[in-house]
Design a binder for this molecule. Sequence first.
Ligand code: NAP
Length: 244
Amino acid sequence: MRSATLVCIVLAFATGTANGKAALSIVVYGATGDVGTHIVQEALNRGHQFTAVSRRPEQVEMQHDRLSIVKGDLLDRASVAGTVSNKDVVIVSVRGVIGDSGTPESALQFLAAEILVDVLSQLGDPAPRLLHVGGSGSLEVEPGVRYAAKLPKVFIPKGLEVEILGQILALEFYRKVDDVQWTYVTPPKNFTNGPRTGVFRIGGDQALEDKRGRTRLSRADFAVALIDEAEQAQHVRQRISVAY
Ligand SMILES: NC(=O)c1ccc[n+]([C@@H]2O[C@H](COP(=O)([O-])OP(=O)(O)OC[C@H]3O[C@@H](n4cnc5c(N)ncnc54)[C@H](OP(=O)(O)O)[C@@H]3O)[C@@H](O)[C@H]2O)c1
């Protein structure tokens, strides 16, 4: 065997994942969050290289030889551009409301979509794919009726309402984007701390209900679906939903 071939085989083995696929370089905004911590764990367990971004990286306790922790803020366009270049996949799983306008445009989820699409479209062909963790308020519970319209507004804090509407706005924004490889991955309304089962269904715009009319999923299983999409790119420029 020629030595160049041997080097290639050794390199491929060294960068491979548990399921034999090439390891991806994944960056996550929101790695310290309730959902993000499951995403980090799932990606590391599968052998990927991971960059966790936090505004306060000193607070991140996770350690792993394939995990880099970097300081970054999604609202800082220059830092975003530096962080996402040369990566395979960017995942955004953040929450927040910026300012006090009370409009959906002030939801961090919408602002993140705008900033990341701008940065990625400027990177052109080598740009990473973008996976956006969406909101269940955007799912249809009846033909033409979103879950957000069914929520009892009096019981919902204003900030959460802004985020729910901001997530819908983000989805509408992505649907007009044709020069970035985005996927909007939506959890169901009941997002639990249950175990990782690896068994779930993938749907589209309609909320997926189980036989008992429940629409639910553990964060651990959501992370499985998200990293499946990172590896397989089966739903580029689509919104998908995940539930049992
Ligand atoms: N049923 C549902 O539909 C449902 C339920 C829950 C969550 N979600 C969605 O899941 C996603 C994650 O939610 P979560 O519950 O995991 O949120 P979380 O626990 O509140 O975490 C929020 C994350 O946002 C990050 N963040 C905030 N501002 C940032 C900024 N300016 N730049 C970079 N990062 C920033 C924080 O990172 P640092 O503080 O480390 O910087 C933190 O990791 C959101 O999109 C949310 O809408 C959906």
